[in-house]
Write a protein that binds this ligand. Sequence first.
Ligand SMILES: [Zn+2]
Length: 123
Amino acid sequence: MHRPQRIPQMTEITDLFGKIKEVELQIEKMTRHWRSLRQVESKKKKERQIKISKGEIEKRHRRKALGISRRYCCPVQGCGKSYGSDGSLNQHIRLKHPLEFEDFRKYKFSSVIAAGQSHPDLN
Ligand SMILES: [Zn+2]
């Protein structure tokens, strides 16, 4: 069964070109918008740096990696990772030890219940 390939009509082609032009215009508009956003961003950044250099505002203080006390140790044997918060440790176990994660959760809940404390996750 051979169906001859349909030859597109000139009006269809013109239509398509019109659509392409439309898309091109949209892209141009978006690019301009994006550029202006970037300009605003870099202007803000420069203004901030000037203020910092003048001592008008303080630089953001981030906790240094060494300054965080890492009390939450990963219970998985041989891992040795430790974290500054319960949440970070949870995330680590969930991502790096998915098999152990369920056990860890159960263990945590049972130890919380055994200690007679209410757990924030259970409320
Ligand atoms: Zn680990």
